[in-house]
Design a protein around this ligand. Structure first.
Ligand SMILES: NC(=O)c1ccc[n+]([C@@H]2O[C@H](COP(=O)([O-])OP(=O)(O)OC[C@H]3O[C@@H](n4cnc5c(N)ncnc54)[C@H](OP(=O)(O)O)[C@@H]3O)[C@@H](O)[C@H]2O)c1
Length: 333
């Protein structure tokens, strides 16, 4: 039977910063421009866009902004059958987000209730791929897995996926699905780029491959670090876009070295970053965050770009990972 990945584009447009970058008025142009370029896969979540940590001084505050789902919904309403929509449940919302600990919320009740809210915000009757955004260490896995499976049976979601699960957690999910006769996750969305290879180092990508789960790499440009020499000069880049730290001097130096290599090869940094990622075993797609149509053009060009063995070797030597760009996944769960 054909799967989502047979017809969905390998470049997925991430929408975490919708409402901020792009601002609300520019969302329809970006979404329609993506589809014109062959990008038919959009990634959102019930927690994206209008959280306080996304606020920037020149942009309307979160209380005045619509969420990412509320902005994406109208933009795809006339083209719903031409696109795939992924959304997520499980990140804390509202006060629970600020108070911490930052743990997943994957009870049956929460999943079902949040799906209905997401469908309403997205103005649609189905979500093609619905992720568990973070592992929930308190809810029995049987409850979570059977809740997602029942939503597929009900036709409200096409498939379900996991995100930010460790290798051991992935294995437990697959084992649980087998034990209760439920469908296994159809995708694992992991933070993965040339500059952030923790998913390889910790066996997450290997586990996904072992269980035949396609990997969707998020933050494939390392939040902009791999986008060229100008990254360091931007105020809102990397984790800073959602209230975190900026890049270290070491990371910026590596980013510049990376951009220089791309120049030597007469390629753009983003083509190299995305071609590297899309060439990794098990990687079905890259979830790119951009507010610019020209950067989407760049991303599309990378799909046809192949790096040779010597280029791959030189990229392997570019070690970014003495400093982690983001807190390790384990610390966030
Ligand atoms: N599952 C999860 O827990 C999780 C976590 C984080 C993110 N995500 C998903 O992944 C998506 C992308 O995350 P991200 O924004 O961190 O990804 P990213 O693509 O690594 O970073 C986006 C940044 O890179 C820049 N950029 C993008 N393409 C570029 C290009 N061709 N040349 C130069 N710069 C470029 C963008 O600037 P411009 O806007 O100027 O292009 C933006 O500042 C999110 O929207 C969300 O859907 C999922």
């Amino acid at each position: 039977m054909p799967t989502l990945f047979d017809t969905a584009s390998r470049i997925v447009l991430g929408t975490a910063t919708f409402g901020v970058a792009p601002v609300a008025d520019d969302v329809p142009t970006l979404v329609h421009g993506a589809l014109e370029r062959g990008i038919n896969f959009f990634d959102t979540a019930n927690s994206y866009g209008n959280q306080p940590e996304y606020d920037q001084p020149s942009i309307a505050p979160h209380t005045m902004r619509q969420s990412s789902e509320e902005l994406l919904g109208p933009a795809i309403s006339g083209i719903r059958d031409e696109v795939y929509v992924a959304s997520k449940v499980g990140e804390p919302l509202g006060a629970a987000r600020a108070d911490g600990p930052f743990v997943g919320l994957l009870t049956r009740e929460h999943i079902v209730e949040q799906l209905d809210s997401s469908l309403r915000r997205l103005r649609t009757d189905r979500i093609d791929l619905y992720y568990a955004h973070l592992p929930d260490l308190r809810t029995p896995l049987e409850e979570t897995v059977s809740a997602f499976d029942d939503l597929i049976t009900a036709g409200k979601i096409g498939a379900w996926g996991i995100s930010n699960f460790s290798a051991a957690q992935t294995e437990r999910v697959v084992r649980t699905a087998r034990e209760i006769g439920a469908r296994p996750p159809a995708a694992h969305q992991v933070r993965y780029s040339l500059a952030e290879r923790e998913a390889e180092d910790t066996g997450v990508t290997a586990a996904a491959q072992a269980f035949g789960i396609p990997i969707l790499a998020y933050s494939p440009m390392a939040g902009g670090l791999l986008g060229g020499r100008m990254a360091a000069d931007r105020n809102y880049i990397g984790h800073k876009r959602w209230g975190g730290e900026g890049f270290t001097a070491h990371q910026i130096a590596r980013g510049r070295r990376f951009a220089a290599l791309a120049d030597e090869w007469d390629l753009t940094p983003s083509s190299v970053a995305l071609a590297w990622l899309l060439g990794r075993q098990g990687v079905a797609g890259a979830v790119v965050g951009t507010s610019s149509l020209s950067n989407l053009d760049e991303a599309c060009r990378a799909v046809g770009c192949t790096l040779d063995t010597e280029q791959l070797r030189m990229l392997d030597e570019l070690r970014f990972d003495d400093d982690h760009l983001y807190p390790a996944t384990a610390e966030r769960t």
